[in-house]
Design a protein around this ligand. Structure first.
Ligand code: NAP
Length: 253
């Protein structure tokens, strides 16, 4: 039986936050991991931590919205770590504003990273998955897909990733490839810290107030999402495809 030790995983936006925790977790599961991010020193630092802990990892600088950079990064991962058959589309940005103040750049930037980025990465990696007749794609959606004031661009992109996931599942299923989306609620990362800054609220107060609205009584941590990714990319999860799993400490959707 093929085990996780034979698998090569690519995680985008993995220099910090949910992506970094996911890279650490999949490495602990036995996978070789490619840590992709715009932030090259950050990506290399996460990869070095994994290697120091005894894992196999490579930090690669890439803008996921740039087709040539994406292809070069995937080629490099295949050459240095082996054919990637696990892809976590995690890179993300926010450019929050109310509709009447949202610029074309705010809109295009968010679509470029979340939607174009996931498309380009998945298109570049699918060849390796189809050749291996096995693959796992997990894309990060959000509870914002259900609608969120001030996030017209982001909620549109995150809803788009749900349709992306369902169509991937239909097209790639016959090649042994599953595609699923994770829709997190509030996770304590630099992204939510930036939201608190924008609202002029100290991050700790923002966390305390948010936790009161969450049934399990706390906000999420990056490791909560990494745990779910680990399950969805595991060997045994091959009959779960085209799903959106809300990980928000309570019911959503
Ligand atoms: P984060 O801490 O802001 O990390 C996102 C990472 O993505 C950063 O390292 C960032 O690099 C990188 N990135 C941005 N644009 C990129 C690009 N064009 N190419 C490659 N890398 C790029 O965010 P997070 O909270 O961990 O979120 C991870 C994912 O989960 C995102 O898709 C986010 O939308 C989603 N999510 C988060 C939450 C939450 O509450 N935190 C909830 C729901 C969904 P730079 O720093 O260099 O820009």
């Amino acid at each position: 039986m093929t085990t996780a030790t034979n698998r090569v995983a690519i995680i985008t936006g993995a220099a910090r936050g949910i992506g970094a925790a996911t890279a650490q977790r999949l490495a602990a599961d036995g996978m070789a991991v490619a840590v992709l991010d715009l932030d090259e020193p950050g990506a290399k630092a996460v990869a070095e931590q994994i290697v120091t802990a005894g894992g196999r990892a490579l930090g690669v600088a890439v803008d996921v919205s740039d087709p040539e950079a994406v292809q070069a990064a995937v080629d490099r991962v295949a050459a240095e770590l082996g054919a990637p058959t696990v892809l976590v589309n995690n890179a993300g940005v926010t450019r929050d504003n109310l509709l009447f103040k949202m610029t074309e750049v705010d809109w295009d930037t968010v679509m470029g990273v979340h939607l174009r980025g996931a498309f380009l990465m998945t298109r570049a990696v699918q060849k390796h998955m189809v050749e291996a007749k096995w693959g796992r794609v997990v894309s990060l959606s959000s509870t914002s897909a259900l609608g969120n004031r001030g996030q017209l661009n982001y909620s549109t992109a995150k809803a788009g990733l749900q349709g992306f996931t369902k169509t991937l599942a239909i097209e790639l299923g016959k090649f042994g490839v599953t595609a699923n989306a994770i829709a997190p609620g509030f996770i304590a990362t630099e992204m939510t810290r930036a939201t608190a800054d924008r609202l002029g609220v100290p991050f700790e107060d923002f966390i305390t107030a948010s936790a009161k609205q969450i049934p399990v009584g706390r906000v999420g941590q990056p490791e909560d999402i990494a745990h779910l990714v680990s399950f969805l990319v595991s060997e045994g999860a091959g009959f779960i495809s085209g799903q959106v799993v809300y990980a928000a400490g309570g019911p959503k959707a």
